[in-house]
Every structure is written in structure tokens, then in C-alpha cells.
Ligand binder design. Structure first.
Ligand code: NAD
Ligand code: GLY
Length: 359
């Protein structure tokens, strides 16, 4: 019998649980009772399907269900790929009480969630994250969507899942680079608003790098709880939720300019956080020692802290101007006053941002 850690995301009629534990996919009692209708579509990808799809299948006996394995990779996080999900729902004859089970990382979860948000103007979906990044970030909070050639996640919707089921056993097969990318989003939670958590991560850095069970489970649960708290206070990003984008304006520009291929999202976030911290210091808002502290932690976790050489500064700035966080004139960025103290900064001068990129 598995007893997962359970957190609640309380959003009225859209409330749901986050369950974190081992062997949860194969334990039908954890998720099967939440299926409301007769139709279920498992959306996964060609990498995750051979690893974990079979764990879900026995519990679906008696339902009309099928599984769809999408091509793997951020390059496929598009409307064209999402249309394959809608095609599968149509072939299944999915009604309004159908449910999508999103089994995979953030790419699968974002796309499956968006497909669920749109099909018949909104059906249920469950997040079954299999990457560390998806467990601590993308599966929680109901942001769904796809990329456009002009920028990342430009097409999307808020649509909360019915359940987040984080089966920690799936992390055993996650490649080291992907695992570290997830650690970046855990560091982000400390960096933006929880200095004590950041200090704990510094203390546990070697153990986290080695995927040690206890510190990893504790870090995942704490990061999820912090994110859930932010989402409960500001579901649709009218204010505080924007802080979760610490480092992301820089990161999205890096991902856009490098064609979503050179850097993993978490790696881009690691670099972006250092750039946001550096810009804060250059603007006299924070101590430069905090930038160094953040970079040291990220490096200890095996993450990059500098942009790749040779990128076009004009293209990076143009991508930042298109980022969703921007409103009106000037750049709107998440900066910090130091570890654990991020804030929303409006009208940031482009020249200062250019200088931060150039260091
Ligand atoms: P991903 O979904 O591409 O997964 C990374 C790689 O790991 C893929 O190749 C995948 O097939 C593979 N994989 C997944 N689980 C595995 C496992 N258990 N074992 C072996 N391989 C496995 O990337 P990601 O880092 O999970 O997510 C990144 C995406 O999440 C980006 O598109 C980003 O924009 C999005 N995101 C969304 C939010 C949100 O709030 N919705 C937040 C953060 C990031
Ligand atoms: N990853 C940012 C958010 O969920 O708001």
C-alpha cells in the first residue's frame, strides 16, 4: 500500500490534489476513481510510452480508451501536434465527460492540457508528470499551451487538472541533463521567495545531484507546496504568480533565439535567473554577492550559468519584447532584491538589459 504525500490546490470548483509518492501510476486507487465518464485518452510520447504506459492500462479495462504517443521534443509542442490529440478524441467519440491522462514531461502535459481545455470547450485532464521539471512546475497550476514560431507558449489557456500524480519512481529513467533541468525550477522557488529553502538546497546540493531519495522527495514536496500556494492566491497571474517567471524572460529569449534545441528549458531558466540577478545588481537593486551565490548553487547542481557564446543581442532583445510578461512600453521583468526576494519590475531600460546579456 502506497501512501503518497498529498497537497491540495484549493480553487473552489477547480480544486485538486497533488499526490507525490512511489508506484502511483500502477496503483489504480490513486487516480481511477476520478474518471467521470466512459472515455479516456492517454496522451504520452514515443519515449515515455514504452517505459510507463503499461502501468496505466490494466485500470482502464471496461472503458473506451486509447493511447496516443506523440513525437518527442519541444519542437513538436505545436498546434499541429495538438491537432493529433483532437483527432484521437474524435476517433474515440469522446464526450464532455471524457478525460485526458497526460503521461510525460512538461511538453506532453502542456499540450494535453491545452487539448483538454479546447475539446468541447473543456474536458477533464490529469497530469501524470514523469520529469522532475513537470513534477515541480509545469504539472501544477493549470497553465497549458503550445509554442509559436514567434515565441514560446504564445498560444494557450488556463485549465486546471483534476489531479497531479507524481510517481517518483519514473525519475529513475530520466537522463541526467533532464533531471538537472528540473532542479533549476526547484532552485527558482527558493530564489524568488524562500531564502530558507534556498539555503537548504545549498546544504543538500550534493545529495540532490546524486538523486538521494529523502532530500529529493522533500524538495519536490516543498516546491509543489510553494507553487500551489502562489496559484491559489493568483490563479490567472494578475500579480504574484508572475514571480514564478523569475529568469523566464531571459530564458524564453534564449530558447527562441536558439530554436528550442540548444538548451533545455530548465537550463535556459538557470541562465535566465543568473541574468536577472545580475541585472538587479547592475541596477543597484541587489547585492552582486547574491548573484554569485545563485550561480554557485546552480553550477553545483550541474547547470549552466552563462548564455552560449555568439548569440545576436538584437534578436534576444526582440524576443524579450514579445514575451508574454511584457505589458505596454519598456520591459517588464522579474528582478530580485536578493535571495528569496523577487519582485515585478516595470519599464526596465533596454540598454540595461543589453548590458546584462553582454557580461
Ligand atoms: P519534456 O517534456 O520535453 O521532457 C524531457 C525529455 O525527457 C523528453 O525527451 C521526454 O520524452 C523525456 N522523458 C520524460 N519523462 C521521462 C522519464 N521518466 N524517463 C526518461 N525520459 C523521460 O521537458 P520538461 O522539462 O519536462 O518540460 C519542459 C516544458 O514544460 C517546456 O515546454 C516548458 O515550456 C514547459 N513548462 C510549462 C510550465 C507550466 O506552468 N505549464 C512550467 C514550466 C515549464
Ligand atoms: N511556470 C510559471 C507558472 O506556472 O506560472
Amino acid at each position: 500500500m502506497n501512501t503518497p504525500r498529498e497537497l491540495e490546490v484549493r480553487l473552489g470548483a477547480r480544486s485538486y490534489s497533488i499526490r507525490i509518492g512511489r508506484d502511483l501510476l500502477g496503483d489504480a486507487t490513486q487516480w481511477r476513481p476520478l474518471l467521470r465518464g466512459r472515455h479516456a485518452l492517454i496522451v504520452t510520447n514515443t519515449t515515455v510510452a514504452p517505459l510507463y504506459l503499461a502501468r496505466l492500462e490494466p485500470a482502464l479495462a471496461g472503458l473506451h480508451w486509447r493511447a496516443l504517443a506523440l513525437p518527442d521534443g519541444e519542437a513538436h509542442k505545436t498546434l499541429a501536434t495538438t491537432a493529433l490529440i483532437w483527432d484521437a478524441l474524435a476517433q474515440l467519440g469522446a464526450t464532455r465527460d471524457a478525460c485526458i491522462l497526460a503521461l510525460g514531461g512538461g511538453v506532453v502535459g502542456d499540450m494535453a492540457g491545452f487539448a483538454a481545455a479546447c475539446w468541447m470547450r473543456g474536458i477533464d485532464f490529469m497530469q501524470m508528470p514523469t520529469t522532475l521539471l513537470a513534477m515541480v512546475d509545469s504539472a501544477v497550476g493549470g497553465k497549458t499551451g503550445v509554442d509559436h514560431a514567434a515565441g514560446k507558449n504564445l498560444i494557450g489557456a488556463f485549465h486546471q487538472p483534476r489531479l497531479v500524480l507524481a510517481d517518483l519512481g519514473t525519475l529513475a529513467t530520466l537522463p541526467p541533463r533532464e533531471y538537472r533541468a528540473g532542479l533549476a525550477e526547484i532552485v527558482k522557488i527558493g530564489a524568488l521567495g524562500d531564502a530558507a529553502f534556498l539555503a537548504r538546497l545549498e546544504r543538500d546540493a550534493a545529495a540532490l545531484d546524486a538523486r538521494a531519495d529523502d532530500p529529493l522527495t522533500a524538495a519536490i514536496a516543498h516546491a509543489c507546496a510553494c507553487k500551489a500556494g502562489v496559484v491559489m492566491r493568483d490563479e490567472t497571474e494578475q500579480g504574484e504568480r508572475a514571480l514564478l517567471n523569475f529568469g523566464h524572460s531571459f530564458a524564453h529569449a534564449l530558447e527562441t533565439v536558439t530554436g528550442y534545441s540548444a538548451l533545455l528549458h530548465g537550463e535556459a531558466v538557470a541562465i535566465g535567473m543568473v541574468l536577472a540577478a545580475r541585472l538587479s545588481a547592475q541596477l543597484g537593486l541587489a547585492n552582486g554577492a547574491d548573484t554569485q551565490r545563485l550561480a554557485t548553487l546552480l553550477a553545483a547542481l550541474g547547470l549552466p550559468t552563462q548564455p552560449p557564446p555568439g548569440l545576436d543581442a538584437d534578436a534576444l532583445l526582440a524576443a524579450m519584447h514579445l514575451d508574454k510578461k511584457k505589458r505596454g512600453g519598456g520591459l517588464r521583468l522579474i528582478l530580485w532584491r536578493g535571495a528569496g526576494a523577487a519582485f515585478i519590475a516595470e519599464g526596465i531600460d533596454e540598454a540595461a538589459v543589453r548590458a546584462a546579456w553582454a557580461c
